[in-house]
Design a protein around this ligand. Structure first.
Ligand SMILES: CC(C)(COP(=O)(O)OP(=O)(O)OC[C@H]1O[C@@H](n2cnc3c(N)ncnc32)[C@H](O)[C@@H]1OP(=O)(O)O)[C@@H](O)C(=O)NCCC(=O)NCCS
Length: 182
């Protein structure tokens, strides 16, 4: 499925996205807060596209003007998520190439994926997490209406070995409907 917003196309990845995506994924400032090590080669990005970005609900974030992948947003379903447990739950995960930060791109992408989650997929609860120190992600989640629930102490990131406290935030279908006047 392809989703669309005013400025963005959210579409599935293809291997040809790797060259461009690598230029952002090689930055530790992008990967570390997400819990994965910076990519060391385009081949690693190809591998991730083919083996990690495989879900129907994983989208390349592209500006309409050139349709090139500049980030990722995934609505993770139970089994791929530490936070979403029930069949009617999901978890948002996302990152964006650093040159594009601060333009409201992720809130725009997230709001569209949330619309899709609550109206097309009829989910009841969407979670989102972030490291306690990740103010940028916290702000995106606040702007989309997520509400703080609890903190997981000393969460260990499998891929990086980093141990950090993680906040878990929730957006319910009712609260999304209310916020969007649906
Ligand atoms: C978190 C992230 C997706 C935000 O995306 P975005 O499209 O820049 O979101 P916004 O434009 O709404 O900016 C969010 C906040 O980031 C901060 N910010 C914006 N531009 C920034 C920049 N160039 N440098 C540092 N911080 C910046 C601001 O505090 C902003 O909040 P504000 O709107 O209240 O001022 C992006 O910073 C990112 O990919 N970070 C690394 C990966 C990551 O942390 N993913 C989430 C894991 S839980």
């Amino acid at each position: 499925m392809t989703l669309e917003t005013e400025r963005l196309i959210l579409r599935h990845f293809v291997e040809a996205d790797a060259d461009h995506l690598y230029t952002f994924a090689c930055d530790p400032e992008v990967g570390t807060p997400c819990g994965w090590p910076a990519h060391r080669s385009v081949d690693e990005t190809v591998w991730v596209i083919n083996n990690v970005f495989t879900s129907d609900e994983c989208y390349a974030i592209c500006l309409k003007e050139d349709n090139r992948a500049i980030g990722v947003i995934e609505l993770k379903r139970p089994g791929r998520s530490d936070l979403a447990k029930g069949d009617d739950e999901g978890e948002l995960g996302f990152w964006l190439g650093k040159p594009f930060w601060g333009r409201g791109i992720m809130p725009e992408a997230a709001n569209e994926v949330l619309r899709h989650a609550f109206t097309d997929l009829k989910l009841k609860r969407v979670w989102a997490g972030h490291a306690v120190y990740n103010d940028k992600s916290r702000r995106v989640q606040e702007k989309c209406g997520f509400v703080y629930q609890y903190t997981v102490k000393a969460h260990r990131c499998d891929l990086t070995g980093e141990v950090r406290d993680e906040c878990a935030n929730l957006l319910t279908r009712e609260s999304w409907l209310e916020r969007n006047d649906v």
